[in-house]
Design a binder for this molecule. Structure first.
Ligand code: ADP
Ligand code: MG
Length: 255
C-alpha cells in the first residue's frame, strides 16, 4: 500500500528576532491524516511557526521532526521534497494562467526540472503532458476546472486563494500547511473552502496544519487545536474544549 503519512512533531521550538521572542518553547504534534489548527491573536507567532517548519526561518532552539526526518536545519526545497507543502498568508498571484501556476508546483517533483523542460527533450514532453493532466485533476478537485486556462489576474479573490492551495497540492504533499486560507473571503466562499479542506484530508488522506481565525470553521473541520499567545502555548486540545477555555477567551478579548 501507500507509505503511511508521517506525524509532524514540533518540540520546544523557540524563535527570537533580536530582542523579540516570536515563539517560546512551543511543542505540539500533528497526527497523520488529521487537521490540526494553530490559532491565536495577531502577532502570536503562527506564521513564524509555519516559516520554521517550511525552512524559511531558522529555529533559535528546539526541533521540527517529520516522521524519521529532522527538518530543523533543512533548506525549504529539501523540506518540500519530503512532502511538506505550504501556502502563504498574503498571496500575490498575478502572472500566467491557473495551469501555469499549478505547473510551477509540479516542477518541484520533476527530476529534469526547468532546464530540460525548456529544451523540450522528448521524455520531458511526455512528462509535461502527464504533469498537466494531474494539475488539471487537482484544479477540478478544487472547483477550478473552468478556470484552468484563464489568467489568474482576472480571477475573483476567492478563486485565487484556491489556486494558491491547488499549487501546494500539485506538489503531492503528505503534510499541507495552510496559512489563513479563508482570510478575506465572503461567508459562502468560506464554507465552500472549509468543505474543500476537509475533502482534501479525507480523499487524499494527508495531514493539514491550518492557521485560521474563524473559530466556527475550526470547530467544523479540525480534530485538534493549539492556541498561541505572545509565542507561548496557552491551550491545546479538541476544538469543543478550546472554545470554552477561559484562558483562550481572555487572550482573544485581551483581558
Ligand atoms: P501571527 O502570524 O501569529 O500573526 P507572526 O508569526 O507573523 O504572527 O509574528 C510573530 C511576531 O514575530 C510578531 O511580533 C512579528 O512582528 C515578529 N516577526 C515575524 N517575522 C519577523 C521577522 N522576519 N523579523 C522580525 N520580527 C518578525
Ligand atoms: Mg500570520
Amino acid at each position: 500500500g501507500p507509505d503511511p503519512v508521517p506525524a509532524l512533531t514540533v518540540e520546544n521550538l523557540t524563535v527570537r528576532f533580536s530582542g523579540l521572542v516570536a515563539l517560546d518553547d512551543l511543542s505540539f504534534t500533528v497526527p497523520p491524516g488529521t487537521i490540526h489548527a494553530l490559532i491565536g491573536p495577531n502577532g502570536a507567532g503562527k506564521s513564524t511557526c509555519f516559516n520554521v517548519i517550511s525552512g524559511v526561518y531558522r529555529a533559535t532552539a528546539g526541533t521540527v521532526r517529520y516522521g524519521d526526518e529532522d527538518l530543523t536545519r533543512l533548506a525549504p526545497h529539501r523540506i518540500a521534497r519530503l512532502g511538506v507543502a505550504r501556502t502563504f498568508q498574503n498571496i500575490v498571484l498575478t502572472h500566467g494562467t491557473v495551469a501555469d501556476n499549478l505547473m510551477l508546483g509540479r516542477h518541484r517533483l520533476t527530476r529534469a526540472g526547468f532546464t530540460a523542460s525548456a529544451l523540450r527533450l522528448p521524455h520531458t514532453v511526455r512528462e509535461q503532458r502527464r504533469h498537466r493532466e494531474r494539475a488539471a485533476e487537482i484544479a477540478d478537485f478544487l472547483g477550478l476546472g473552468p478556470a484552468f486556462d484563464k489568467p489568474v489576474a482576472g480571477l475573483a479573490y476567492g478563486d485565487r486563494k484556491r489556486v494558491e492551495m491547488a499549487r501546494a497540492l500539485c506538489m503531492e504533499p503528505q503534510l499541507l500547511l495552510l496559512d489563513e486560507p479563508v482570510a478575506g473571503m465572503h461567508p459562502t466562499e468560506r464554507s465552500a473552502m472549509a468543505e474543500t479542506i476537509a475533502r482534501v484530508r479525507d480523499s487524499l488522506k494527508i495531514s493539514i496544519l491550518i492557521v485560521e481565525h474563524d473559530m466556527g470553521l475550526i470547530m467544523r473541520i479540525a480534530e485538534s487545536v493549539t492556541v498561541l499567545d505572545f509565542g507561548r502555548l496557552i491551550a491545546d486540545g479538541p476544538p469543543e474544549r478550546i472554545q470554552n477555555d477561559p484562558v483562550v477567551i481572555s487572550a482573544y478579548l485581551g483581558t
